[in-house]
Unconditional design. Structure first.
Length: 61
C-alpha cells in the first residue's frame, strides 16, 4: 500500500516539473495511501514488539 501511494505521489507531482497538464483529483486521494501504508506498518511493528514481550515473559495470551 505504501508503494502504491508513493508511485501515485510521484505521478501527481511530475506535472509540476514537466510543465504538463495536472492529473485528475483522484490521484491526490491515491497518494494518501502512502500515509495509510506507513501507519499499517507502524501498527504491525508495535504488535510484533508486544508479542515478543509477552513471549519473553512467558504469557500465553
Amino acid at each position: 500500500m505504501f508503494f502504491v501511494g508513493a508511485v501515485a505521489t510521484l505521478v501527481t507531482i511530475a506535472p509540476l516539473f514537466l510543465g504538463t497538464k495536472p492529473f485528475p483529483t483522484y490521484m491526490f486521494g491515491l497518494s494518501m495511501l502512502m500515509g495509510v501504508g506507513f501507519l499499517l506498518a507502524g501498527i504491525g511493528l508495535l504488535r510484533s514488539i508486544a508479542a515478543s514481550r509477552r513471549q519473553a515473559r512467558g504469557d500465553s495470551r
